[in-house]
Design a protein around this ligand. Structure first.
Ligand code: ZN
Length: 218
């Protein structure tokens, strides 16, 4: 099944402008490895960004010429993206650049229990603003009810989860902020592994998850 939930435009723009924190950049880049549509959008943004920089002092006549260039670039990217959309998916559970951070085998990671059968693996970065972690949620298991003090982006790498009336499968991205309270549930078919990036601690409602949070900093 094709990817249904993509990177938001503001995240993609920030990634292309190299203004995203490392943790969020890993998530965006990993989604791009799996999603030819967003990869095509990123190429367009980067190409247009380069042209805008080159032509910062351009006059009106030059702007008309640029519009023609943009139109032809977008047209060519649309045709190449549709041609490659089925053949370009990365077959590893952890696509690059994630694989360079953590290796290629989920079974070799030092997963740590965080309560309720859920396990996490913290990804080492140089980023003090965001935290990137893998989560392993057992098949059919619900993540405890929680809200957010900041931003949370979750990218599915294997299995699936259900959240707020939608299914998320490999390559799909779920974004939550301080307005969202939710308790996603892994699909019944297999354990769900996802990459989660947060810029603040979660707000758990129940006492037991809050106790685990003290020890694991979720
Ligand atoms: Zn996408």
């Amino acid at each position: 099944m094709s990817i249904q939930h993509h990177i938001h435009g503001d995240l993609l723009l920030a990634y292309c402008a190299a203004t995203l924190d490392e943790g969020a950049s890993i998530l965006v880049a990993t989604h791009l490895a799996l999603c030819s549509d967003c990869r095509s959008d990123a190429e367009i943004v980067e190409t247009l960004g380069g042209i805008f920089l080159e032509n910062a002092t351009t006059n009106q006549k030059q702007e008309k010429s640029d519009q023609k260039i943009f139109a032809s670039i977008i047209k060519s990217h649309q045709s190449t993206a549709s041609a490659s959309s089925k053949s370009s998916l990365d077959s590893f559970v952890f696509p690059e650049p994630l694989r360079s951070y953590i290796g290629g085998d989920p079974d070799e990671l030092d997963w740590q229990p965080v309560g309720g059968g859920i396990r996490q693996f913290l990804i080492k970065t140089h980023d003090s603003q965001t935290t990137a972690r893998l989560l392993m949620i057992p098949a059919g298991k619900r993540v405890p009810d929680h809200g957010h003090q900041g931003f949370e982006a979750t990218l599915v790498l294997s299995g699936s989860f259900y959240d707020r009336d939608s299914w998320y499968r490999r390559g799909d991205v779920s974004i939550a902020d301080s307005t969202v309270i939710h308790h996603p549930a892994a699909g019944p078919e297999e354990d769900c592994i996802c990459l989660a990036v947060t810029d603040a601690k979660l707000k758990f409602r129940s006492p037991l998850p809050r106790l685990f949070q003290k020890f694991h900093g979720i």
